[in-house]
Design a protein around this ligand. Structure first.
Ligand SMILES: Nc1ncnc2c1ncn2[C@@H]1O[C@H](COP(=O)(O)OP(=O)(O)OP(=O)(O)O)[C@@H](O)[C@H]1O
Ligand SMILES: [Mg+2]
Length: 352
C-alpha cells in the first residue's frame, strides 16, 4: 500500500473527527442558545430547489442485471417516487450539519414478507463518509434494511416494499433505476465471504472487465488489480500467486478479497452485513483496520452484533428494535449517552 495514500486516508479521518467534535460543540452551543455558534447558519435548511435534481441513476438506460430481470415490480407507492417529497430538502438530522451531507437516507421505509411487516416506516440518515454502524437484537430487521438499500430485498418474491431510499437525493426505487449501476455505486459485502470460483486475479478483474467497453488485456488490468488488492490489504499475501483459486484462501483472506472485488467497481458506499462474524480475532482486527482506512474515502454502512467493534470503528450509529429505528446519531453519543431508554438497555446489556 502506498504510504502516502495511507497517510491521506488517516488525515481525512482526523479531519472528520475534528468536524464531529465541532458538531458536538455546536450542538452544545445551540442547546445553550449561543448566538456565536458558527454552524447556526449552515444548519438552517436551504430553500427547496426549483425542480428536483436530475436522477443520475434513472438517467442511464437500464441494463440487464442477473436475477433482477425476474424481480416483481415494487408496489405502486414505491415504484412511483413522490415528486413533492423529492423536491423537498431532506429533514435536518440532529447530527448532520447539512442535509446535502447525507449520502443515503431511508424515508418511511416499510418492508413486509408475505404481508408480515418487518420494517415499520424507518427513517435512516447515513452521512457522507465515515462508518455508520447498524445495531440491534437478532431479527429486528438490520439485514433487511441493508439489503433494501441496494434493492436486494425484492429478490424475495414475497417481499413488498414502500417508502423511499434516497441515494444522493434520488430515490433508488424510482422507475428506470439502473440496478447494475446502483449496485456498483453501492456495493455489498456479506456475512459469509463469497468469492467467485475463479482465480484471485479474475475475482478482482471481474468488475473492471464488466465496465470496460472492450475486453482489457491482463497487462492492462494489472495496475488496477494490484491497486485494489493493496487497498484491501491483501496484496502482500497474494501478489506471488494471483492465479491461485480464490476458494483456497483462508476465510479472512476471502473476505478481504470480496472487499477488493467490491472496491474494483469503484463504489461510493459499501454495505457490510456482519463481515467479521465468521472470522477469528486476528482477521477481524485486519478487516476493522481496513474499514477505518476505507472510510476516509467512501461511506461504510456496517451491521454488527459486536458492540465493542461498533464502538471501535463507527463514526455514526443507528439502533433498530423490532423493525423501528429507535435512535441514531454520533456513535459515541448513541453508545455512551443514548437518549432513549431502550437504547440504553441494549447498550448496557451488550457491554455487561
Ligand atoms: N426472505 C424472507 N422471507 C420471509 N421472512 C424474512 C425474509 N428475510 C427476512 N425475514 C424475516 O424478517 C425478520 C428480520 O430479519 P433480518 O434478517 O432482517 O434480521 P436481522 O436484524 O438481520 O437479524 P440477525 O441479527 O439475526 O441477522 C425476521 O423475522 C426474518 O425471519
Ligand atoms: Mg442479519
Amino acid at each position: 500500500m502506498d504510504p502516502n495514500d495511507d497517510q491521506q486516508r488517516l488525515d481525512e479521518r482526523a479531519k472528520r473527527q475534528e468536524w464531529r467534535h465541532a458538531l458536538d460543540r455546536s450542538a452544545d452551543l445551540r442547546a445553550a442558545g449561543d448566538p456565536t455558534d458558527p454552524t447556526a447558519v449552515a444548519a438552517t435548511p436551504p430553500p427547496p430547489p426549483a425542480a428536483p435534481a436530475p436522477d443520475p441513476l434513472a438517467a442511464v438506460e437500464p441494463a440487464p442485471f442477473g436475477a433482477a430481470a425476474a424481480v416483481p415490480a415494487p408496489p405502486a407507492s414505491a415504484a412511483e417516487p413522490d415528486p413533492v417529497a423529492l423536491a423537498q430538502p431532506l429533514a435536518q438530522p440532529a447530527h448532520v450539519a447539512d442535509p446535502a451531507d447525507l449520502v443515503l437516507a431511508a424515508r418511511g421505509l416499510r418492508v413486509a414478507f408475505s404481508g408480515n411487516e418487518i420494517l415499520h416506516g424507518v427513517d435512516l440518515d447515513a452521512p457522507r463518509g465515515g462508518v455508520l454502524a447498524l445495531v440491534g437484537p437478532s431479527g429486528c430487521g438490520k439485514t433487511t434494511l441493508l439489503r433494501s438499500i441496494n434493492r436486494l430485498t425484492e429478490l424475495a418474491p414475497t417481499a413488498t416494499i414502500g417508502g423511499q431510499i434516497l441515494f444522493d437525493g434520488a430515490d433508488v426505487y424510482a422507475g428506470g433505476t439502473d440496478l447494475n449501476l446502483l449496485r456498483r455505486r453501492v456495493g455489498m459485502v456479506f456475512q459469509q465471504p463469497n468469492p467467485f470460483p475463479m482465480t484471485i486475479f479474475d475475482n478482482v478483474a471481474f468488475a473492471i472487465r464488466e465496465q470496460a467497453k472492450r475486453r482489457p488485456s491482463r497487462g492492462e488490468l494489472m495496475p488496477q488489480v494490484a491497486d485494489v488488492l493493496q487497498r484491501a490489504g491483501l496484496w502482500d499475501e497474494v501478489k506471488d500467486n494471483l492465479d491461485r483459486n480464490a476458494l483456497s484462501l483462508s476465510g479472512g483472506q476471502q473476505q478481504r478479497l470480496c472487499i477488493a472485488r467490491t472496491l474494483a467497481a469503484n463504489p461510493e458506499v459499501i454495505l457490510m452485513d456482519e463481515p467479521c462474524s465468521a472470522l477469528d480475532p486476528r482477521s477481524t482486527a485486519r478487516i476493522e483496520e481496513l474499514i477505518v482506512q476505507l472510510a476516509g474515502s467512501l461511506t461504510i454502512v456496517i451491521v454488527t452484533h459486536n458492540l465493542a467493534q461498533a464502538k471501535r470503528i463507527a463514526d455514526y450509529a443507528a439502533y433498530l428494535l423490532n423493525g423501528d429505528l429507535i435512535e441514531q446519531g454520533i456513535a459515541q453519543q448513541v453508545f455512551e449517552d443514548p437518549a432513549n431508554q431502550s437504547t440504553r438497555d441494549f447498550v448496557a446489556g451488550m457491554f455487561g
